[in-house]
Design a protein around this ligand. Structure first.
Ligand SMILES: [Zn+2]
Length: 285
């Protein structure tokens, strides 16, 4: 009787195990039905590490929801906090408090440095807490000394597009040369007034200046899925110069998406896994 009962229990255990593995198979075979996830899955099989290094906890998005999205899509995440003049994090103590509140989550931790004042606002020790630091060139003082944020139409004064571009390119190059960052994000962004003239205004000479500064300072170039920048032409030139890339969403709300533009650029610009940069260290499991 005991032996029978043992065999019966064994059979039940085997049925449960079979059921579980069957459930797992169903889940994984269901994954490729979503084209976005299918693309990520095949790229990962081909040796790419698909990481979104520019995600924000915005629009009520919690770290738990972000990690759920990561499990479903297979995308790894770097979560950035905005630091600088006019942002919630403006000093070492709030920067350190933020870091300690999120450090145990299995994401990379990033500092998004805002404006040009940030280098004076935070000490190297608190910056060091983070896996990487990035900035964009969307905030600067224009030739008249006005603090300009390129995404706010009322703050952008363009008398003549070419001189605007030359001044902007010089700002980008100065940021890349002097600020201690790992990635240049929202790169080549143009304000609404001239955004439609992107290909004309980003001349080969202007592209080259930015690419040279990236190369000399070993700063990675973000391929940004929100603004769909830089252009494929810019990315191809940067690749030729040996610049490395990251992918980022810069979500303004709680939608993280699937890094669509970045994945498209991998195809369009023949980017290989070695063309990508990532922070040192591993994601916690
Ligand atoms: Zn951002």
């Amino acid at each position: 009787m005991k032996a029978d009962r043992f065999i019966l229990s064994l059979q039940i255990v085997m049925m449960i195990v079979a059921g579980l593995s069957c459930g797992r198979q169903n889940r994984s075979s269901a994954v490729p039905e979503d084209p976005g996830i299918h693309k990520i899955d095949s790229l990962e099989k081909a040796g790419y590490e698909i990481i979104d290094l520019h995600a924000h906890l915005k629009g009520g998005l919690t770290m738990e929801q972000l990690l759920d999205h990561s499990r479903i899509t297979g995308i790894g995440y770097g979560v950035a906090v905005n630091c600088g003049f006019g942002f919630p994090i403006q000093n070492d103590s709030s920067l350190s408090a933020y870091y300690h509140s999120v450090r145990d989550f299995s994401v990379y931790h990033a500092m998004q440095a805002e404006g040009r004042e940030w280098t004076e606002m935070f000490s190297p020790d608190s910056i060091e807490l983070f896996d990487y630091v990035f900035t964009d060139a969307m905030t600067y003082f224009d030739a008249e000394g006005r603090r300009t944020r390129l995404w706010i139409k009322e703050e952008v004064f363009i008398e003549e597009a070419d001189s605007f571009m030359d001044y902007y390119v010089a700002q980008i190059v100065e940021i890349l040369n002097y600020e201690p960052i790992d990635i240049y994000v929202n790169p080549t962004f143009l304000p609404e007034q001239i955004a439609g003239r992107y290909d004309e205004l980003w001349t080969p000479d202007r592209m080259q200046k930015v690419i040279l500064a990236l190369q000399e300072n070993e700063i990675a170039l973000e391929i940004n899925s929100r603004y769909k920048i830089p252009s494929a032409g810019f990315i191809k030139k940067a690749k030729e110069a040996g610049v490395r890339f990251t992918m980022g969403t810069n979500n303004g709300d709680n939608e993280l998406g699937y890094l669509e533009y970045g994945l498209q650029m991998i195809e369009d610009c023949d980017l290989t896994p070695n063309d990508f940069w990532k922070p040192d260290g591993k994601l916690l499991q």
